[in-house]
Design a protein around this ligand. Structure first.
Ligand SMILES: O=P(O)(O)O[C@H]1O[C@H](CO)[C@@H](O)[C@H]1O
Ligand SMILES: O=c1cc[nH]c(=O)[nH]1
Length: 234
């Protein structure tokens, strides 16, 4: 047990999918896993462990933002022995070539700061995905025919951004989309010798202002979950 996870040691799998939303964790576990078992609900942050095609997997919420993800990822790695952590999140598109419902597989995660900033000091560490997971996720997305983009994303500390100039710079520099957790996940995975990846579904578009109504999201979110599960066990 940890301060934030009540699961017994052994109740969490070595492979963990991490949506920001605990209700997405519940939905994904109940939709895609055999025999999903609730293993954590401290603070309403659901974690479920079950089987995917015979492979043991946990789907556990991260909460929103890097400080929250950092708490859960640290505890999952240090106490429960998680080795592969895949974020399954929503994001805002930053390129005209990226459409609502498309999937973005994040090679790198640019950021202004992460909870690890204090350790890095003057170093501009480049958080990047595990290549084996990235390659397997791209193959899985291609096989499914899901419209998918692979490249850099931006991990922001804020949802309500007061810096339109930053968005403009990100777009100019080819950043595909914005979310709020991947940079810290990649940094923690690098520190602890784990594998990490972020597979994201575009829920809104920063350049057009378009946004998905929540009832439309399930199908594309389902593709994202299956891509992550297939990549984890490739
Ligand atoms: O849909 P999730 O996984 O929560 O991800 C995105 O949505 C939240 C903001 O609404 C942030 O956590 C952001 O990263
Ligand atoms: O962090 C996020 C997530 C979805 N959409 C955004 O614009 N930002």
């Amino acid at each position: 047990m940890t301060p934030h996870i009540s699961a017994k040691i052994g109740d969490i799998a070595e492979t963990v999918l991490m949506p920001g939303d605990p209700y997405r964790a519940k939905w994904a576990a109940e939709t895609f896993l055999d025999k999903p078992k609730l293993v954590n609900e401290v603070r309403g942050m659901f974690g479920f462990t079950g089987d995917y095609k015979g492979n043991r997997v946990t789907i556990h919420g991260s909460g929103m933002g890097m400080p929250s993800l950092s708490i859960y990822a640290n505890e999952l790695i240090a106490t429960y022995g998680a080795k592969t952590l895949i974020r399954i999140g929503s994001c805002g598109a930053m390129q005209t070539s990226v459409n609502l419902r498309d999937v973005i597989i994040a090679m790198t995660a640019t950021t202004l700061s992460t909870p690890s900033r204090g350790i890095m000091r003057e170093l501009n560490f480049a958080p990047c995905a595990d290549y084996s997971l990235l390659e397997a996720a791209v193959a899985s997305a291609r096989a499914k025919g899901t419209p998918t983009h692979v490249g850099g994303i931006y991990s922001s500390d804020v949802f309500y951004d007061e810096r339109p100039d930053l968005t403009e710079q990100m777009t100019r520099h080819g950043i595909l989309g914005v979310e709020m957790e991947a940079a810290e996940l990649y940094t923690l995975a690098a520190r602890h010798g784990c594998r990490a990846l972020a597979v994201l579904t575009v829920s809104d578009h920063l350049l057009t202002g378009d946004a998905l109504p929540s009832e439309d999201r399930e199908r594309s979110f389902g593709d994202m979950v299956e891509i992550a599960l297939e990549a984890a066990f490739a």
